[in-house]
Design a binder for this molecule. Structure first.
Ligand SMILES: C[S@@+](CC[C@H](N)C(=O)[O-])C[C@H]1O[C@@H](n2cnc3c(N)ncnc32)[C@H](O)[C@@H]1O
Length: 308
């Protein structure tokens, strides 16, 4: 159950979702037709394995599913793990492309909101002088920094500088970002991936207002949003329950399900030109269609690319 000012480490509450995404990227990295290649995702999964077991490749997924079957447990099947990583592959590719398009457009300041275990600072080929700010909670970023240091990870492209900002996105994060060196006079590429359902409605409203205040002309904003998916599927829905089991925590307890304006409409009102596609459409366009049984979930998940 969420509270107004709850904090977490990587193996607790919302922190676990960052590990779940890393597990998805690790699985996807093993696929010959993978939509993302993340050389560090496996190391994050390994580093937490003493407390939370998640698959880092197809063999793990098969073994874990077989153990569930042997124990007559109704936990995730191998197909569940693959479906989860396929979705992560689609959204990772979309946002990789959105950030690459922003730098091709001349943007040199990038802010990954709720960066979690996202390794784009290391993975993407950044032009010289790019600064990548990663905003998330202390516990998540401490774990990430430890693993990246063990891996001797460096930023890609030779020019990117990674700046970590430890702050809660329900607080005045813009002050913390400015203190870390962020320049509101320069165009920015923002990313909010896997974040909105974990924010209360007011924090989401404030988030978009603050982004607007900090966005110089020429800025880009990429957002994943699920519309009313939380209400639609409800807390008792068996598919959301199954999805939860894949992460080892009950995701339904982690969402703030209070009503909020539609993200795409709100961004339009704030002066952004928004284009967006559903995860299903994107997956088709990448030649990697998602599970038709989850068509309503993947149809509701929208990946937005906004410019101002
Ligand atoms: C599903 S993960 C996504 C991580 C990353 N964007 C990715 O796609 O790999 C959700 C992330 O949001 C972060 N998060 C959620 N609410 C937050 C808040 N109020 N303040 C800071 N970070 C938050 C969590 O710590 C976690 O890292």
């Amino acid at each position: 159950m969420r509270t107004e000012d709850d904090q977490w480490g990587i193996t607790e509450s919302v922190g676990v979702t960052a590990l779940g995404v890393a597990s998805g990227r690790a699985m996807e990295t093993h696929r010959p037709d993978g939509l993302v290649h993340d050389p560090y995702a496996e190391a994050f999964v390994d580093a937490a394995a003493g407390e939370i077991r998640l698959p880092k490749g197809p063999e793990d997924a098969r073994a874990m599913a077989a153990e569930n079957g042997a124990a007559q447990d109704d936990g995730a099947t191998e197909a569940d793990w693959q479906e989860q990583s396929a979705y992560i592959g689609v959204r990772s590719r979309f946002f990789d492309d959105a950030l690459t398009a922003a730098t091709a457009d001349g943007v040199r300041q990038v802010v990954l909101l709720a960066a979690g275990l996202d390794t784009r600072a290391q993975r993407l080929d950044w032009p010289a002088d790019t600064v990548v700010y990663e905003v998330d909670q202390h516990g998540v970023l401490d774990f990430k920094d430890d693993v990246l240091a063990e891996q001797r990870a460096t930023t890609a492209g030779g020019g990117a500088r990674r700046v970590v900002v430890r702050v809660d996105l329900r607080h005045d994060w813009s002050a913390a970002l400015r203190e870390a060196g962020f320049d509101p006079g320069a165009p920015t590429a923002w990313l909010a991936e896997g974040l909105l359902p974990y924010l209360p409605a007011q924090a989401e409203i404030d988030l978009f207002d603050r982004i607007g205040e900090l966005s110089a002309p020429g800025s880009h904003l990429a957002v994943e949003h699920f519309g009313d998916i939380v209400h639609h599927f409800g807390r008792e829905d068996s598919r959301l329950a199954s999805l939860s089991r894949r992460f080892g925590v009950d995701i339904r307890e982690l969402f703030f399900a209070d009503d909020r304006p539609d993200a795409a409409e709100r961004l339009g009102e704030l002066g952004w030109t928004v284009t967006g596609r559903s995860a299903s459409e994107l997956a088709e366009s990448y030649g990697r269609p998602l599970d038709p049984e989850l068509a309503d979930v993947h149809g509701a998940a929208k990946l937005l690319d906004a410019r101002r």
